[in-house]
Design a protein around this ligand. Structure first.
Ligand SMILES: *[C@@H]1O[C@H](CO)[C@@H](O)[C@H](O)[C@H]1NC(C)=O
Ligand SMILES: *[C@@H]1O[C@H](CO)[C@@H](O)[C@H](O)[C@H]1NC(C)=O
Ligand SMILES: *[C@@H]1O[C@H](CO)[C@@H](O)[C@H](O)[C@H]1NC(C)=O
Length: 408
């Protein structure tokens, strides 16, 4: 008993529950910024420039304590950097691997998180990497796609644009929304390996431009939600496994008949602002996240600038302009969504945001304001509350911070 209390006490003293480390990427200062959150104070711990010219997506392997950073390399010199984060947030470079231009999202997969799957926007590609040794990243498989005819939104759908890579809840499949092709590309992972085989793609609504996706598991039901950048809608699918599928699709190098396939049934597609909602011209929806308790879908939308919130400088009475973060409650039985809140994202152009593990905090990166904010969130109701902390990340006009991730 005494030992337990003592252990608890020293654990509390060593790591105050309120103190957390976050990482934020920013294009305009070309850095990965480590931030320390302590109550209402969000402070910059350090900056790393090892991720290259345009740091964007971050994937954290918390079990192996490795952070992967994608560099879009707008000038062409794109890369993946692996880092070892220290407990206080200092990033030490482990390896840098040059890759195709414009990797925009990644996911870990396979035994011991030994694989990293990457989606490429400009170069219309999907690639997997061996990251079993984070000091020696290497390419495993690659595929580049083409379009025979442009999509319904030709200026954005001239070629395939792969925009996200999401591991399914069973760890057996990777789903890759392709904004240019209006497809969800599906990759089946060979059990116990980091080999993938391409399955039958799922057709999204023409002209919708699926950008990012998130799974939710509620009881026996699995759902997938995509946020669609071109139509500014959200599509819901119920997900099952089709045991009768198993034919070949396309005869590409690494593509063979999968034994089983994921099966998607579209439930709905409606505005990012809920059924009947609308957005101003120029709006581009961005991120989608399912809350850790699987009960809520949360998305961000860019270019609306219709909301305001109190100035972060309490002595300044002028409110600040903001885009929204929009929350929906998931109906467990049907997968349908109910709009519950349209809250300020903490500024303009919220390209990327994430939740902490407890679901009590949202870290939001505001690309047009050189700002990262922390917003409190009520786990029970799913409602976002006030902005509890903020920090300046990025320098100069536009193209500032684009993603923020908790180190947990
Ligand atoms: C958090 O802030 C409090 C109050 O300023 C301070 O006493 C404490 O040492 C800080 N904790 C950490 C881990 O920095
Ligand atoms: C790095 O990985 C490659 C590809 O798997 C392998 O051929 C090479 O031997 C590895 N190098 C080191 C130093 O481990
Ligand atoms: C399951 O797979 C079979 C064989 O490929 C196919 O004919 C059928 O349409 C699929 N079912 C669904 C619901 O996708």
């Amino acid at each position: 008993m005494g030992v337990t209390l003592l252990g608890l006490l020293s654990a509390l003293l060593a790591a105050p529950a309120s103190a957390e480390i976050l990482f934020a990427t920013s294009y305009n200062d070309h850095a990965v910024t480590s931030l320390h959150l302590n109550g209402s104070a969000l402070s910059v711990v350090s900056k790393s420039y090892d991720c290259g010219s345009e740091p964007t997506w971050l994937t954290l392997d918390s079990s192996n304590k490795v952070l992967y950073c994608l560099n879009e390399g707008w000038g062409g010199a794109a890369s993946i950097t692996s880092y070892k984060p220290s407990a206080d947030g200092i990033l030490s470079k482990l390896n840098v691997l040059p890759v195709l231009k414009s990797p925009v999202a990644s996911t870990l997969f396979g035994p011991k998180n030994g694989g990293l799957a990457v989606a490429y926007y400009d170069t219309s590609s999907f690639q997997t990497f061996n990251v079993g040794d984070a000091k020696n990243l290497s390419l495993l498989q690659k595929e580049t796609y083409t379009l025979t005819t442009p999509g319904k939104v030709p200026e954005r759908q001239d070629v395939p644009h792969l925009h996200d890579a999401v591991l399914d809840p069973t760890g057996s499949y990777i789903v890759v929304p392709d904004l240019g092709s209006d497809l969800l590309r599906i990759y089946n992972i060979d059990k116990g390996t980091t080999n993938v085989k391409e399955g039958t793609p799922v057709k999204a609504i023409p002209g919708s431009g699926p950008r990012h996706a998130a799974f939710a598991v509620l009881g026996k039901n699995t759902y997938l939600y995509t946020v669609n950048e071109l139509s500014n809608t959200i599509t819901g699918y119920s997900v099952g496994i089709n045991k009768s599928a198993g034919h070949d699709h396309g005869g590409r190098k690494f593509i063979k008949a999968p034994a089983h396939e994921l099966e998607f049934t579209r439930i709905f597609d409606f505005s990012t602002h809920g059924p009947g909602g609308s957005v101003p011209a120029g709006t581009k929806s961005a991120e989608i996240v399912v809350s850790p308790d699987q009960k809520f879908v949360i998305l961000s939308s860019r270019g609306e600038n219709l909301l305001t919130f109190p100035n972060l400088d309490p002595s300044n009475p002028t409110p600040l302009v903001s885009d929204p973060i929009i929350s929906f409650a998931i109906d467990e039985k049907s997968g349908n969504l109910k709009l519950i809140q349209t809250a300020p994202a903490g500024g303009r152009n919220p390209r990327g945001f994430s939740l902490n593990k407890a679901g009590t905090l949202v870290a939001s990166a505001l690309q047009d304001d050189n700002r990262v904010v922390i917003i409190e969130r009520d786990v029970k109701t799913g409602l976002l509350g006030k902005i509890v902390a903020s920090a300046t990340v990025g320098v100069g006009a536009n193209n500032g911070p684009n993603y923020a991730l908790f180190n947990e």
